[in-house]
Design a protein around this ligand. Structure first.
Ligand SMILES: NC(=O)c1ccc[n+]([C@@H]2O[C@H](COP(=O)([O-])OP(=O)(O)OC[C@H]3O[C@@H](n4cnc5c(N)ncnc54)[C@H](O)[C@@H]3O)[C@@H](O)[C@H]2O)c1
Length: 268
């Protein structure tokens, strides 16, 4: 019988995380290192990756941390990234698609009413949030196929499951554009499609976080929390358990699922 340490053990496993310098990815990366994994962190900018690498190395868990820069909005960057991964490893045990185009209020045609949302920004969002994961999964497939129990985890959002309540954003500069929702819903459906079509040793799952506490507008925060069964926003740590479960042998029989870590937001 395997111990719980065996079930969650990641030594000898290589995990690639896109958006690897981001908040959720970085916290999960620390947990994977603690369990013995070797990591490949992918992100847009060299400096944020270097800072993630430094802070993760300082934890002293062992396991290698390789960083690779790529702008996932650029198909040529994605193709080059795939080549570099093939040159760097002989098998890939897990791929976590965590990078996302989340926009800002400075981006034209993003967090604005529907009729003002632009096709160009829609395309940018879909490129990063849906097309790049598709291309990466396809390009890295030959490396993942060689792993005994390859795991793909696509990070979606509650807005990939339910429509937004725009009254939450009233009086703030925050928005909730159609492109983000559609890209995340598409990612969750890509998960199901891959689950039933890839070879049976693959596991493909979606993780759906609720809103993470990041100093948002206080009025938004109060309204958001009032709509949440757990009566708080998420923390990065809330995502660690499910991500570790899905990449390790503890989650060996979980595939095709969309697991919400949202304090009950989507239960209503
Ligand atoms: N924070 C939340 O409230 C929340 C809620 C639901 C879902 N999510 C999802 O969780 C995931 C992680 O989010 P987070 O909160 O850690 O965000 P984050 O912004 O801290 O991390 C995202 C990372 O993706 C990288 N990235 C963005 N565009 C990229 C590109 N074109 N190429 C390469 N890298 C790119 C960013 O540089 C960043 O490091 C995302 O998929 C996000 O949509 C977050």
């Amino acid at each position: 019988m395997k111990t719980t340490d065996d079930l969650f053990n990641l030594s000898g496993r290589t995990v690639l995380i896109t958006g690897g310098a981001g908040h959720i990815a970085r916290r999960a990366a620390a947990a994977f290192l603690e369990r013995g994994a070797d990591l490949i962190l992918v992100d847009r900018h060299r400096d944020v990756l270097a800072s993630a690498q430094d802070s993760l190395s300082a934890l002293g868990h062992g396991g290698t941390i390789t960083t690779m820069t790529a702008d996932l909005e650029q198909p040529e960057d994605v193709a080059e990234l795939i080549q570099r991964v093939h040159q760097g490893v002989t098998k890939l045990d897990a791929l976590i698609n965590a990078a996302a185009f989340v926009g800002t209020d400075k981006i034209e045609g993003w967090g604005v009413p529907f009729l003002e949302q632009s096709l160009n920004t829609w395309r940018r969002c879909l490129e990063v949030n849906l097309t790049a994961p598709f291309a990466l999964i396809q390009g890295l497939y030959p490396l993942m196929e060689k792993a005994p129990s390859p795991a793909i985890v696509n990070i979606s959002s509650i807005y990939g499951q339910v429509g937004p309540d725009m009254s939450l954003y009233e009086g703030t500069t925050m928005g909730n554009p159609a492109a983000y929702a559609a890209s995340k819903a598409g990612l969750a459906q890509l998960t199901r499609w891959l689950c039933t079509t890839l070879p049976s040793h693959f596991r493909v799952n979606t993780v759906t976080p609720g809103g993470v506490e990041r100093g948002q507008n206080p009025e938004f925060r109060t309204r958001y929390i009032a709509n949440t069964a757990s009566k708080r926003m998420a923390t990065e740590e809330d995502l660690v358990g499910v991500l570790l479960l899905l990449v390790s042998d503890a989650g060996a029989y979980i595939t095709g699922q969309d697991i919400a870590v949202d304090g009950g937001w989507t239960a209503k």
